[in-house]
Ligand binder design. Sequence first.
Ligand code: FAD
Length: 424
Amino acid sequence: MTTRPVTRRSAVLGITAAAAALAWPRLSRAQSTARVVVVGGGFGGAACARALKRAQADLQVILIEPNAVFTSCPFSNEVIAGLRDIEAQQFSHDKLAANGVTMIDQAVTTIEPRLRSVMTADGVVMPYDRLVLSPGIDFRFEALPGYDDAASEKMPHAWKAGAQTLLLRRQLEAMDDGGTVAIAIPANPSRCPPAPYERASLIAHYLKTRKPRSKVLLLDAKDNFPQQRLFEKAWKELYGDMIERVGLSQGGRATSVDPSTKTIITEFGNYTPDVANVIPPQRAGRIAEAAGATDATGWCPIDPVTFESKLVKNVHVIGDACLGGGIPKSASAASAQGKACAAAIVALLGSRAPETPRLTGICYNTVAPGYGFSLAGNYQPRGNIFAEVEGGATSPVDAPRELRAREATEAERWFETITADTFG
Ligand SMILES: Cc1cc2nc3c(=O)[nH]c(=O)nc-3n(C[C@H](O)[C@H](O)[C@H](O)COP(=O)(O)OP(=O)(O)OC[C@H]3O[C@@H](n4cnc5c(N)ncnc54)[C@H](O)[C@@H]3O)c2cc1C
């Protein structure tokens, strides 16, 4: 995170904390058009900021994100398995800035919904008419005793892409042939439910080609997972008995860890693998809680038509942080939500009724180079959540290898398209 002195630009946008103690000025309608502040420049926030500016060019759109370069989780499992460089995962926000979005490279530290303003780490206060939160996830360390940021340096989660992704890759590279890689998988809701199984597959691919006497052990807090039959068929076909899974009812849920010995303690027994990839239980990004937008689940309830928080007025929540119901926490969903939220905000600012969104998401899983499958869904508001509606599709379990190869290529094309659409 970078902390800059208050620049002329930040002084124009807001005021410092010291001045804020005296007054929190707001632009009046006569002075300016409406201002929308977006927190988080990942798949949801960047898509939303861009769509807001496209829909209404004279809107002031401010995107606040501490990282100058965003590192994408989709396709980071390929980086772990040595199939891709981390640079291929990295995207700047320069194009958004060129398209009129004001970028602030800071973290938001405080949100004052009553005053309709946010404050960044450098003490600048910015008023808003509407606020969009897309902070992704944070971890519920309290739900996994022994695990914290320090433990993640020994037992990486690699569930936020970047340094953690590279750490897990280095640990795999350093492991001797014949070693065991354990992946502790949390219960739902969590970011991208199929991704742990894709990770297990690609790690098995790495081991099969470089350290064939090794094993992958999944310690799972769930009994069932998305596209299970497709994964299990592929594992048997490609990796024999290299991948072993202990599900919830067999005692697979991790209950604590001991980072000093790299031990994962489960309901059934203790495991001390050579490489321990521990994915902790999750909740909405911390700033959502600071805004008062989370409920007892740790996630943010929303009105699925407008994405407005059920708990805080004029604050909208999109992406992994929101309680989306049937819609999975994915980049695909975050991007679709970002665009639909932008349309709703433009309608609300113009005193028009927002349209009911219909969101489309697709999730690809790559289990080896040239071997992929997918799950597509359509979602519409039902009550306070999104429910899946007709028109979804999953890859068939029995399909020729040509189809698997085609879907692996489509997965790469999907990644190029969504990143170009969001950051390009
Ligand atoms: C291994 C893995 C593989 C995945 N593969 C896929 C896939 O193939 N397809 C798919 O669709 N999805 C995939 N996902 C899921 C996808 O990465 C997430 O669902 C998606 O990134 C969610 O978007 P978001 O905007 O909610 O959060 P993010 O994209 O994580 O963006 C959140 C941003 O908010 C910023 N932020 C947080 N707090 C603050 C603050 N206080 N102030 C300012 N900024 C802040 C963060 O720095 C971050 O840049 C995968 C996830 C993982 C872990």
